[in-house]
Design a protein around this ligand. Structure first.
Ligand SMILES: [Zn+2]
Length: 536
């Protein structure tokens, strides 16, 4: 192969030499699989700005806060750090092939078992990239550029980077590293193996296909459980010999670090989570979020089986050059309409259920990714029927007063999660707010307190532990409602989060945007990671 064929096989030294600006195209050589082209890549007119930005971002001055920078150009993908780079391509069969490395390959370690269990994570707080791991690194990077509104550069912050002075928190996520990507994965009940905590890992995109298989949903096309899914059915957790469950109830504890959750379950501090682990199977190494490891991108991945760029919720915020529009999906103001942004043809678990059983009832509780759900909390908002929201968290059950009083976020999330329990238990009782409901074939319950608390104090704080206790009690209230409905033995349960949470280092601050602007570059930084050059 030579660069004349559109694939640059770069050798050390020429890595960042200017390449002829040209749109990537598929290579066709006898016996060589062709590349699957990216939808977004650095165009010739942006090349100079991108090079100037890379020189700044990869300089030693920003090394403490910039883990690596990701980009797509010339038919391949690059991950570049201060001391090394890797260039790779994706073939049409979905494999990834390294074309060149220089210095320390930033994606060299893609192991899923690094920093497990909790003690190992706490012994290596904010690890340097040479000690860190980036599970499914190639797939994570290449999928990002499959969306035409992908950025020119995606900046990955270091584990240590603290940006509390710009709205960040003590606990953070969003990166590619294993602690920020790692979410819990617990599955239990009818049709599920009772193996307890097992030393394995999965991906959040595996949740939807696995749930669809568990319920027995008919395939979409081919043997895909949901249209164009990226995930796969995790047969290793299923045992369908005794039949499939009639109901599945899923729980999302937003932003929960699985090492913390599993340790608390083991210590008796989260008895309902412990019950699910004991009667089912949990991945000790977690289920990895897609890049960027942020909230709505991964809620949508969990429920659709697709990676962020494939379902269209690219980040918390991004910029669409085609329309000149900034898109913000992850805010309370935009949640009710966030799903208008998803790519045409995306299917959710709710859709898979309805495709198979058109009359089945499904419910989406406090979950912005509510595509295809019959009951949806955000549906009320879209219809202008805002449910009665308690004015104060005082006296609400399952709430830790010690944090409800001083923390505004803890207080608000306590109210929101209390409303989730009221809806879920109401629906299972058959009656909620003067409407009657059948037993849902599929219900999804989103709890938000864990994210608020894990951000505020970091994952190893007392406020985070309190949030796990409160959410565990709320989970217990929903399990009890399923028991009262008389269908517990005919139900399976899933518990995940949307991403991990990592404690950063308040001594490591700084802002790459300041350095880029000082160099005279014009750009937008969306979601504090997606850089679009030449845009105001
Ligand atoms: Zn989240």
């Amino acid at each position: 192969m030579s660069s004349a064929l559109g694939v640059n096989v770069c050798t050390k030294g020429e890595f960042y030499m200017r390449r002829p600006g040209r749109a990537p195209r598929a290579v066709s050589l006898p016996g060589v699989t062709t590349t699957a082209p990216a939808a977004h890549f650095v165009t010739p007119e942006r090349e100079a700005e991108v090079e100037a930005a890379l020189a700044i971002l990869l300089d030693s001055a920003l090394d403490p806060i910039v883990e690596m920078v990701l980009l797509s150009r010339d038919g391949a993908y690059e991950a570049a750090s201060h001391d090394g780079r890797v260039r790779f391509r994706r073939t049409t069969s979905g494999e990834h092939e390294v074309l060149a490395t220089e210095g320390a390959d930033p994606l060299a370690d893609q192991s899923t078992d690094t920093f497990v269990p909790l003690a190992a994570e706490r012994e290596h707080l904010h690890p340097h990239r040479r000690d860190n791991a980036y599970p499914f690194g190639f797939e994570q990077v290449s999928q990002l550029f499959d969306h035409p509104a992908a950025p020119d550069l995606c900046v990955i912050h270091t584990a240590a980077h603290n940006w509390e002075d710009q709205g960040g928190h003590r606990g953070e996520h969003g990166s590619l590293d294993v602690v920020q990507a790692r979410a819990p994965f617990v599955i239990a009940g009818k049709g599920v193996r009772a193996d307890g905590l097992v030393p394995r890992a999965g991906r959040l995109i595996d949740v939807a296909p696995t749930v669809a298989e568990l319920l027995g949903c008919a395939p979409a096309a081919g043997d895909a459980r949901l249209a164009d899914e990226d995930g796969q059915v995790r047969e290793d957790v299923l045992d369908l010999a005794g039949g499939r469950p009639r109901h599945v109830v899923g729980f999302l504890f937003d932003g929960t670090n699985p090492n913390v959750l599993y340790a608390m379950a083991e210590a008796g501090e989260a008895p309902n989570v412990a019950r699910l682990i004991e009667m089912g199977t949990a991945y000790e190494h977690g289920a990895m979020a897609g890049l960027p490891t942020v909230t709505l991108a991964n809620h949508t991945s969990i429920l659709t089986g697709r990676l962020p760029a494939h379902h269209g919720i690219l980040n918390n915020a991004w910029y669409d050059r085609r329309t000149g529009r900034q898109i913000i999906t992850n805010s309370s103001a935009t949640w009710p309409t966030a799903m208008e942004t998803v790519t045409a043809g995306v299917e959710s678990i709710h859709d898979a259920v309805h495709r198979t059983w058109p009359d089945a009832f499904t419910a989406s509780v406090n979950e912005p990714c509510d595509i295809g759900a019959d009951y949806s909390t955000f549906g009320f908002f879209r219809r202008g029927e805002v449910p009665p929201i308690p004015k104060s968290p005082d006296g609400l059950p399952h709430s830790t007063e010690r944090f409800v009083r001083p923390s505004k976020d803890y207080s608000w999330s306590t109210i929101v999660d209390h409303m989730a329990v009221e809806q879920a238990t109401g629906i299972w009782s058959g009656d909620y707010r003067d409407a009657t409901y059948p037993a849902p074939r599929f219900m999804w319950c989103n709890f938000t307190l864990t994210d608020a608390a894990f951000h505020e104090g970091g994952p190893h704080s007392e406020i985070a532990a309190a949030a796990v206790r409160d959410c565990d009690a709320r989970l217990g209230a929903v399990l009890a409602a399923v028991e009262r409905a008389g269908v517990f033995d005919d139900t399976a349960f899933v518990l995940v989060a949307d991403h991990g949470m990592e404690e950063n280092d308040p001594a490591v601050g700084g802002d790459w945007d300041v350095h880029l602007r000082e160099a005279g570059l014009t750009f937008r930084d969306e979601g504090y990671s997606f850089l679009y050059f030449g845009e105001q």
